[in-house]
Design a protein around this ligand. Structure first.
Ligand code: ADP
Ligand code: MG
Length: 203
């Protein structure tokens, strides 16, 4: 695995979240309490603060450590959910470098951890409406798994617009949640896009 992959992932995810904080805030103002941009920014800043330790780790342990940081430092639903995701993904990561099968199998553990922690499934207008299709795309891709992941994230994000939220704060709005993109699905799509960009730098 490229020796600076952890550093590049850390830097790019933080930069992309910082550049889109206002957009995430606006999405959460529409169907939540408006803190999603702040929560994500704070989380990735906390990960950046652990840079020295993180960058020396292999990908699996680095994901676990980043996940623990999110669980400890981020309030709201998204901190523990993204934290559990990264911790379970990192814990299950095998292979150096991981094959596509290794990558997909470990990612599946991360997605399962979100479902368990959130007591949620795809179709409820949450981050899972991006994470589940991305996982399926990587698992099933015949061609380029990175291109498949990008497309699945984009399509999955868009499916949240017409959904009625049944989990999280947006569910308090009932029918009025329909017509808006889910903020957590947007941050997930942004992170998927970023990871794809970084992986393409390091084929
Ligand atoms: P909070 O909802 O506590 O204000 P955030 O605004 O940071 O936290 O995050 C909201 C996002 O978290 C939602 O847009 C949704 O994608 C995700 N989310 C909330 N509850 C759940 C759940 N039970 N399962 C999966 N994702 C959830
Ligand atoms: Mg919120």
């Amino acid at each position: 695995m490229a020796p600076d992959l952890v550093r590049r992932l850390r830097e790019e995810t933080a930069a992309r979240i910082a550049a889109h904080t206002d957009e995430l805030t606006a999405l959460d103002q529409a169907i939540g309490d408006g803190d999603h941009g702040f929560n994500m920014k704070r989380g990735f800043e906390a990960i950046a603060a652990a840079a020295e330790d993180l960058d020396a780790l292999a990908l699996g342990p680095a994901l676990q450590k980043a996940g623990m940081t999110l669980v400890m430092k981020v309030g709201g639903a998204s901190g523990p959910l993204y934290g559990s995701f990264l911790m379970a993904w990192g814990k299950a990561m095998t292979g150096d470098p991981p094959t596509r099968e290794d990558f997909a199998a470990s990612l599946a553990e991360g997605v399962a951890a979100v479902k368990k922690r959130g007591r949620s499934e795809a179709g409820e207008k949450t981050m899972l409406d991006v994470l589940v299709p991305v996982l399926d795309a990587i698992t099933q891709a015949q061609g380029d798994p990175i291109a498949a992941a990008r497309q699945a994230a984009k399509d999955g994000l868009e499916t949240t617009r017409d959904m009625k939220a049944t989990k999280g704060r947006a569910s308090f709005l009932g029918e009025r949640s329909i017509g808006h993109i889910d903020p957590g699905a947007r941050s997930s799509a942004l992170l998927v896009e970023t990871v794809c960009d970084v992986l393409e730098e390091n084929p």
